[in-house]
Design a binder for this molecule. Structure first.
Ligand code: ASP
Length: 321
């Protein structure tokens, strides 16, 4: 299937076939990343602007490197040092970037819907790199890519997302992607952080950690999003860790081949213990590696690149536990 969208704004509006097209294309780009020469000319002459109005480590660097590997010119916009600080609106800033002949704007913003707004008012390609608590589409794509690579399938896979679901854009995008691709999703966390509305998307909701992880193939941990919580949502971090933190003893309650994921940044000793984060069941750093291939695929497809033929049914990687 070809890709015909100008932008990547969310997972909610994508068809399952479009998700699969990105995953198959990312697989081809992962192979490029393993070559001695990792650059391809697909975006030569194009300009990509990273418009990050909220902090980021992995996502910004990953988009920057993805664009460079596709031979694009990349500009990193730093909000702190920009005219946004002098009262310029987001729309005016973005229009000026377009006037400089930018071809892509990758935007991260604390306001949900900011990328959708820019996509409406600009001709350039817009990619959502995280908008408030709404969506983080490339994170979900790299997460499902990693799950498919490790477990060989997504349909019927049992995925537990654990933590601050309410304020997490990663959770929202993951739920959309996983449900569209046929996975079974369990959401777990303190009652104040697991919105009942997710049950309507076919998710199982529970506040009991043992029950949530017992039959999971994947346990995806989330950080407490302190920057977005408007009031105290649970008694305290120590209490949270006692009830929902994953350490080696807790992980022993899951299946022996259950894998642990986390979008980062991890808070060691809060939602995840170092033994688990650095242990052989953790694929956290592989997620980061895969993010690069996924972002190359997204930029390539949006630019009109042709997707490779559908991948043969994936087999779990030989080293998967
Ligand atoms: N890096 C992810 C995000 O930007 C997750 C997090 O910050 O906890 O949403």
């Amino acid at each position: 299937m070809s890709w015909s969208r100008k932008d990547l704004l969310d997972i909610q509006s994508l068809e399952p076939e479009e998700l699969t097209t990105v995953l198959d294309t990312a697989q081809a780009f992962k192979a490029v990343g393993q070559r001695a020469i990792k650059k391809v000319p697909a975006l030569r002459g194009k300009t990509v602007i990273n418009l990050f109005i909220e902090p980021s480590t992995r996502t910004r660097i990953s988009f920057e490197l993805a664009a460079q590997r596709l031979s694009a010119d990349v500009i990193n916009f730093t909000a702190e040092a920009s005219s946004l600080k002098k009262g310029e609106t987001l729309k005016d800033t973005a229009r000026n970037l377009e006037a400089l002949n930018a071809d892509f704007i990758i935007i991260r913003h604390s306001a949900a819907g900011a990328p959708h707004f820019l996509a409406r008012v600009l001709e350039v390609h817009v990619v959502n790199a995280g908008d408030g608590a709404h969506e983080h589409p490339t994170q979900a794509l790299l997460d499902v890519f990693t799950m498919r690579e490790k477990k060989g399938r997504l349909a019927g896979l049992k995925v537990t997302i654990l933590g601050d679901i309410l304020y997490s854009r990663v959770a929202r995008s993951n739920v959309w992607a996983l449900r569209k691709l046929g996975a079974e999703v369990t959401l777990c966390g303190p009652p104040t952080l697991v919105p009942p509305a997710f049950a309507r998307m076919g998710c199982r909701l529970t506040h009991n950690l043992t029950e949530a992880i017992a039959d999971a193939d994947i346990i995806n941990l989330l950080r407490i999003q302190h920057e977005r919580q408007r009031k105290s949502m649970f008694p305290g971090l120590a209490e949270y860790t006692r009830l929902f933190g994953i350490d080696r003893a807790r992980l022993a309650l899951a299946k022996p081949d259950a894998l642990v994921m986390h979008p980062g940044p991890i808070n060691r000793g809060v939602e995840i213990d170092s033994d688990v984060a650095d242990g052989d069941r953790s694929v956290i750093l592989e997620q980061v590696t895969n993010g690069l291939a996924v972002r190359m695929a997204v930029l390539f497809l949006i630019n009109g690149g042709k997707a490779p033929p559908p991948a043969p049914p994936a087999t779990p990687a030989p080293d998967a536990p």
